[in-house]
Design a protein around this ligand. Structure first.
Ligand code: UTP
Length: 404
């Protein structure tokens, strides 16, 4: 077994990952060989080559104005779906938060100023608004990484789930993929372990299957899943109006979007690609796409996504066999260097491979773009300072009357 593994590593020019073999105990050796055998090495073939894209067309949103006119109607439909147990929520909390530079799960970050207010707490408070209105709990599935699962669960327990019902919360870990350095070489986490990182936020439904979460879904009445990012502290979760609008539209998915602040804002835009819903990244847009306007003066590609999607479960089941594309991201990742020392880099040093939630949108037949007010619903905590930072999120929390 070990022999086969070392031959394979040699063939792939990756023998260095076994260079500390002699220093390992028999048990550690076996663990390393087993880990290598289980690695998805398809990442070694992923390069920066840009994916070929189809023909883009604008996808217009149901606007704030239109939503306002039908708010009560949509809310009624949404609340009914929640009360009938048809709606679950999936919190994507498996990221590494490398830009924030916070070593623990991002949700455990304390964004409070005068008192403690954790990111997870903000999200639970927001969800509690819906629970109170619907008079029922919304099942909440929390995706973590392998590394931050225990810390996340312990944190929720220590804080008594911030008042949420623990019977309605499930935790599951996403899978890991190997990372490579700038020379395409696998890296080590320690002498007996190849460095791996969470496989991106696109594999959440496949990870729900692998971890038994879909059994829970099957035993429930859940027909819709609202999937959302951990780092937006103003995130409205299982928002009855959004649910109602998507259900009423007859579409199979929905995406919350915000109008772009400027033509060159760095945000992924919801559009159509070869007639299907898709997200075009800002750097993939031509100058013409960025600046093109409709007759009413509005940008043609105007609606940025905020990682808050609604999917129909029966349609998600059909995506389980599809292998999502892997994207490369250059990140700061702690590793073991050639001198056998652990290094915590200040600058990006490694490529991690990620599937993206937006590629799940592309697998849907259609998608309702649902406009929200960015000041009320979009306060991402990505960086320590500057754009989309702790500072800007605090300002937006205050603007919305949240005591920090
Ligand atoms: P980001 O793309 O901001 O990545 O994640 P990140 O790892 O959290 O942060 P950086 O880029 O290293 O600073 C957007 C959302 O997707 C989740 C994150 O937790 C966040 O809610 N995510 C990301 C996962 O759940 N798993 C992943 O592998 C990556």
């Amino acid at each position: 077994m070990k022999h086969k593994t070392s031959e394979m590593m040699a063939m792939l020019d990756q023998s260095h990952v076994m260079r500390y073999m002699d220093e390992l105990s028999a048990e550690e050796k076996k663990e390393l060989v087993d880990q290598i055998d289980s690695l998805d090495l398809s990442v070694l073939g992923v390069d920066a080559a840009e994916e070929e894209r189809g023909k883009f067309e604008p996808l217009f949103a149901t606007t704030l104005e239109e939503i306002d006119k039908k708010r009560e109607h949509y809310k009624k439909i949404g609340l009914q779906a929640i009360r009938e147990g048809k709606v679950g929520a999936v919190l994507l909390a498996g990221g590494q938060g490398s830009r924030l530079g916070f070593d623990k799960p991002k949700g455990t970050f304390n964004i409070g100023v005068d008192h403690d207010l954790y990111i997870f707490e903000c999200l639970i408070n927001n969800l509690m608004d819906v629970v109170k209105e619907a008079h029922t709990w919304v099942p909440l599935f929390i995706m973590t990484s392998v590394d931050n699962k225990k810390d996340t669960i312990d944190f929720f327990r220590e804080h008594n789930y911030f008042g949420y019902s623990d019977d309605n919360v499930w935790f599951f870990a996403q899978e890991q993929l190997p990372t490579v350095d700038t020379n395409g070489k696998l890296m080590l986490a320690d002498k007996g372990k190849v460095l791996t990182a969470p496989n991106g936020n696109g594999g959440w439904y496949a990870s729900m299957e692998k971890t038994g979460m879909l059994k829970i879904l099957r035993d429930s009445k859940i027909k819709w899943l609202n999937v959302f990012a951990v780092d937006n502290v103003l995130q409205r979760i299982a928002d009855p109006c959004f649910l109602g609008a998507v259900i009423d539209s007859g579409k199979v998915s929905g995406a919350k979007v915000v109008a772009k602040a400027a033509p060159d804002e760095k945000v992924g835009v919801l559009c159509l690609e070869d007639g299907r819903p898709s997200i075009v990244e800002y750097y993939e847009m031509t100058e013409e796409m960025r600046t093109s306007r409709e007759e009413n003066g509005m940008l043609s590609y105007n609606y940025g996504v905020i990682l808050n999607y609604l999917f129909r479960v029966d349609k998600l089941n059909k995506t389980l066999k599809v292998k999502l594309p892997l994207h490369r991201a250059f990140k700061k990742i702690k590793y073991l260097n050639d001198d056998g020392e652990i290094v915590t880099p200040d600058e990006p040093n490694a490529y991690k491979f990620e599937t993206l939630a937006l590629d799940m949108v592309k697998l849907q037949d259609n998608c309702l773009a649902y406009e929200v007010d960015r000041k009320k619903e979009f306060a991402p905590v990505k960086n320590k300072t500057g754009v989309d930072s702790v500072e800007t999120a605090r300002e937006l929390l205050k603007y919305n009357g949240v005591e920090i």
